[in-house]
Design a protein around this ligand. Structure first.
Ligand SMILES: *[C@@H]1O[C@H](CO)[C@@H](O)[C@H](O)[C@H]1NC(C)=O
Length: 339
């Protein structure tokens, strides 16, 4: 029999071990299987190309990522032509979750090495923006096979409510990136006074095809061939290095480097493809309304996430549009609590 102080020590050790494991690997929730989505007529041949979609997968946003995939498949006229490319720092257990939810889905998972960016990330106004995986989109051209020449990148906090083939088909012209642009947003405010007062930094926007405007990096059509040819990963990294080592030139995470390299050089996409900001602002996460106009994609960018607000029973009105795509398997006690 251990004596009482010994027992206390054992208990404490047990608590510490449990806490340690929790930090190392957040337990993944369980997901139910989505229905199988089948191609309609006319999905063969050149008229219906393979559509490549890239997303990140991690324990925190897994529920959002799977809902996003679900929404794409549900609204695609040729769902079997969609191939997903997932980036993850811990691919193995996330692969199991994807297979559980979508047993027949064609997909690939690539290991994203967080060490690639760790030394290049400076802290931002919101900690979630500092996660290495947030920067994975910068490395898509390296991680995906060369045979993938175009990819749509989607954040993990959005749902698509239209046929993704329409977005896939946009003509990028000579551009590397396509994304909805927001020229009324105050572009100046994405960079610090230190940036604008520097004799050389602002010159980067000189000679761009068009006036530089804000765009959201959560929805992008990317020409990976042009990206590779122009070595854009290096261009983005060099701004991250300036931010980290030379001067604080912006406050947000992975977005400003994209603006620095691409603003004014983006192929504008209809705004319907990124109704962003539904998560609310970065500080308080207040409820937001849709922007005027048609909607093909709802994006809960900002602090609030629909699954967290729904679970906490503090949802915003538009969160109910996310709920139908949720694949979380409800535990018995949740059902009892709801009943
Ligand atoms: C845009 O933002 C900058 C810096 O945050 C500010 O100084 C400027 O007044 C703003 N301009 C407008 C038109 O709101």
């Amino acid at each position: 029999m251990p004596s009482p102080p010994e027992l206390l020590r054992l208990l404490l050790a047990l608590v510490l071990v449990t806490a340690g494991n929790a930090a190392a690997a957040v337990e993944l929730p369980e997901f139910r299987e989505a229905p199988a989505f089948r191609n309609g007529r006319g999905c063969g041949g050149a008229a219906a190309p393979t559509i490549h979609i890239a997303m990140t997968l991690d324990a925190t946003y897994l529920r959002g990522s799977l809902a996003g995939v679900h929404s794409v498949l549900q609204h695609a006229s040729c769902p079997e032509n969609v191939v997903f490319h997932f980036l993850a720092t811990a691919p193995r257990r996330l692969r199991r979750a994807v297979v559980a939810a979508f047993p027949g889905l064609p997909f690939h998972i690539y290991r994203f090495d967080a060490a690639l960016v760790r030394g290049k990330i400076s802290t931002s106004v919101r900690r979630a923006l500092d996660q290495p995986l947030n920067y994975a989109r910068i490395y898509l051209a390296d991680l995906l096979p060369r045979t993938v020449r175009r990819v749509i990148y989607f954040d993990s906090d959005l749902v698509v409510v239209d046929d993704v083939a329409r977005l896939w088909a946009i003509d990028l012209g000579p551009h590397v990136l396509g994304a909805p642009e927001y020229c009324h947003a105050n572009f100046t405010s994405y960079f610090t006074d230190r940036f604008w007062s520097d004799p050389s930094y602002p010159l980067t926007f000189f000679g761009r095809r068009r006036h530089p405007c804000y765009f959201n990096t959560g929805v992008m059509v990317m020409d990976l061939e042009r990206w590779r040819a122009g070595d854009y990963t290096k261009k983005l990294e060099s701004w991250m290095e300036i931010q980290k080592k030379e001067a604080r030139i912006y406050e947000l995470g992975s977005l400003p480097p994209f603006l620095l390299v691409f603003a004014g050089e983006v192929k504008g996409v209809e705004h319907r493809w990124n109704q962003h900001g539904l998560g609310g602002d970065n500080v308080e996460g207040l409820c937001r309304d849709l922007h005027p106009g048609p909607v093909s994609l709802l994006h809960w960018s900002g602090k609030g996430k629909p699954w967290l607000r729904l679970d906490a029973r503090r949802s915003c009105p538009l969160d109910s549009l996310w709920a139908p795509y949720d694949l979380l398997r409800r535990k018995g006690r949740d059902l009892l609590a709801e009943g």
